[in-house]
Ligand binder design. Structure first.
Ligand SMILES: [Zn+2]
Length: 70
């Protein structure tokens, strides 16, 4: 079972890659907020995703947000 995203708590995460030496760590990615982390990282200090902050900032900095396709 994959870990939910440490940043936005979304369960839709996927394994992105493995360590060069097998079994040392894996890299995971959140499909919602694009946060990427390594399984060996300490994740307790991750800054939580804040939609209110994103909504406040994006009108001034639109290049931060990837346009939705389709
Ligand atoms: Zn996330």
């Amino acid at each position: 079972m994959l870990t939910p995203c440490p940043r936005c708590d979304d369960p839709r995460t996927e394994k992105s890659s493995d360590s060069p030496i097998p079994g040392v760590w894996e890299v995971y990615r959140c499909t919602r907020c694009n946060y990427v982390w390594r399984s060996s990282e300490k994740l307790s200090g991750v800054h939580k995703y804040d939609q209110a902050l994103v909504d406040r900032v994006t009108p001034w900095w639109p290049q931060l947000v990837r346009k939705k396709r389709g």
